[in-house]
Design a protein around this ligand. Structure first.
Ligand code: HEC
Length: 120
């Protein structure tokens, strides 16, 4: 290899490195889950804090016990994701995934029920 070829080789390996970093950053940004607390504050508490229309209130054990006595965890997530009765689909969070909704529900569960929907 002459000097120019060595320079080119170094340049190429640096370029590859930058491309690699960009790809990593991009996939990381894509996979980054939405912050559940933020979703709840923005999309859920408006209705759920008061419990209007039968919405289970955050951290109210009785409300959630009554719910889980009727439905499985999966059904509860389905209802919140697809909507049911006066519960609007995804609480109007149109870009929330099913997983985002599951984690948002988890945030509203009382302490003693944590881990019931999304295992930590
Ligand atoms: C416009 C008001 C409103 C918003 C916004 C809202 N909810 Fe609800 N939600 C309700 C009501 C009312 C019910 C009770 C529905 C019923 O029993 O028919 C309910 C029920 C639920 C249930 C119980 C579902 C079941 O199995 O019956 C879950 C879980 C739930 N909401 C989660 C959420 C989450 C998570 C968000 C935010 C992403 C959210 N809700 C936003 C009003 C709302």
């Amino acid at each position: 290899m002459n000097r120019i070829e060595v320079k080119q080789a170094r340049y190429h390996s640096r370029l590859l490195c930058v491309v690699g970093l960009l790809l990593t950053a991009f996939s990381w940004a894509q996979a980054e889950p939405r912050d559940a607390e933020e979703i709840v504050a923005r999309n859920c508490l408006g209705c759920h804090t008061s419990g209007a229309g039968g919405a289970p209130r955050p951290q109210h054990l009785g409300d959630w016990q009554a719910l889980f006595s009727r439905y499985s965890e999966q059904q509860v997530v389905d209802h919140a994701y697809e909507g049911r009765g006066r519960m609007p689909a995804r609480g109007f969070c149109s870009d929330c995934s099913r997983d985002d909704i599951a984690r948002a529900i988890e945030v509203m569960l009382p302490e003693s029920m944590r881990g019931r929907i999304v295992a930590e």
